[in-house]
Ligand binder design. Structure first.
Ligand code: GRG
Length: 343
């Protein structure tokens, strides 16, 4: 079974559980409907629609980890729903902070309903995540485990804030190193992926060493995932021209390939990069020049190599757990999908 099929297999049960979290929350209706718009269940007019709402890979990792250790799914579902709600609340806020007008090929929440509503909708979704996790109580999960899960979720949101702070503080700086970048993405992106596998493991076992392997697997695959995202952000080709979209270059994002180029470029090219990144708006010529510098230092191959190293280490952690079953095979296939995806 390939990664996409594995995601499709879990999507229905994840969305049903997220939907369950909305039970009893229906006034004022538009507040919850805007959340449902963001999740892909309603259209811009807040009418029912079935459209792409994201990959849902974090909750799938949580369920598969629980499944690999515990043999069944049932008791991880509320936590999996909580993780996806946290991911989506952070995206709503991220879109406001970046003033991004599109996500998942449709207008962002702030673009349609304005920034004040978007902040409120995002905050509401954050609270919904904790409420969703509390349904673990109905499934007779011990209170001590529920406290563990809520603790991991909330510490992870703090990691997201720290990562986001670091990311924003890198803007306008030209002295950011690849090590500083890895520290930043560990928090901004990998922390929630780590939480996904860790929570699945914590719910399934009291064996801390075993849970530790799944936790580290999540962290490492999370770092690889973000690096692949960086590669896509520069070299994904447009359908029309077949040329790299270079969207992260146009937005002057300090992603791994760019930082690598700052470190490895010749003196002349480093000056070109520094001067170009000082500009407010980049022209097409600036973008082409930067793409040429990236090619000159093999930034794409170097970034891919770093992602592959983290993927390898992630899989080693899974092997160290010594668990072998169908769910483990699916976890490995999903990891492979995450680092070889093109979207
Ligand atoms: C405001 C309290 C507070 C916290 C939020 C905005 C923020 C702090 C953190 C941002 C974290 C962020 C948006 C990280 C980006 C991670 C990333 C690559 C997201 C894309 O994930 P996919 O590919 O998206 O899983 P889909 O669309 O598939 O769900």
């Amino acid at each position: 079974m390939d990664g996409k099929e594995i995601l499709n297999q879990h999507l229905g049960m994840i969305d049903a559980e997220i939907n369950r979290a909305f039970n009893g929350h229906d006034f004022p209706k538009p507040l919850y409907d805007i959340m449902k718009y963001h999740l892909g269940w309603l259209d811009e007019e807040l009418k029912h629609v079935d459209q792409y709402g994201g990959k849902r890979f974090r909750p799938t990792l949580c369920l598969l980890t629980y499944n690999a250790i515990g043999g069944v799914y049932d008791k991880a579902l509320p936590a999996a729903a909580a993780i996806e709600l946290i991911h989506n609340f952070s995206l709503i806020h991220d879109d406001i902070e970046d003033m991004d007008t599109e996500r998942r090929h449709k207008p962002t929440v702030w673009k349609l309903w304005g920034v004040p509503h978007a902040i409120n909708v995002g905050d509401g979704m954050h609270v919904m995540a904790n409420l969703a996790a509390l349904r673990l109580n109905e499934l007779n999960v011990t209170h001590s485990k529920i406290v563990d899960v809520i603790g991991i979720l909330n510490r992870t949101v703090m990691d997201l804030c720290e990562g986001q702070y670091l990311d924003m503080s890198f803007e306008g700086r030209t002295d950011v190193t690849t090590d500083m970048y890895l520290e930043m993405i560990s928090r901004k992106t990998a922390a929630l992926i780590e939480a996904s596998t860790f929570i699945g493991a914590v719910l399934a076992t009291n064996n801390e060493e075993l849970a530790g392997h799944f936790r580290k697997f999540g962290r490492k695959i999370g770092i690889a995932f973000q690096i692949v995202d960086d590669i896509i952000g520069i070299w994904q080709r447009t359908e029309k021209t077949g040329k790299p979209t270079a969207s992260d270059i146009r937005n002057k994002k300090k992603t791994l390939p760019i930082l690598y180029a700052f470190e490895k470029a010749s003196k002349k090219n480093r000056k070109l990069l520094t001067d170009t990144y000082k500009k407010d708006v980049l022209s097409d010529e600036d973008v082409t020049n930067i793409l040429n510098v990236l090619e000159d230092v093999d930034a794409r191959e170097a970034s891919q190599k770093i992602a592959s190293k983290f993927e390898r280490e992630a899989l080693e952690e899974l092997n160290r757990s010594r668990v072998q079953n169908e769910a483990m095979d699916k976890l490995k296939a999903l990891a492979n999908f995450l680092v070889n995806r093109t979207y």
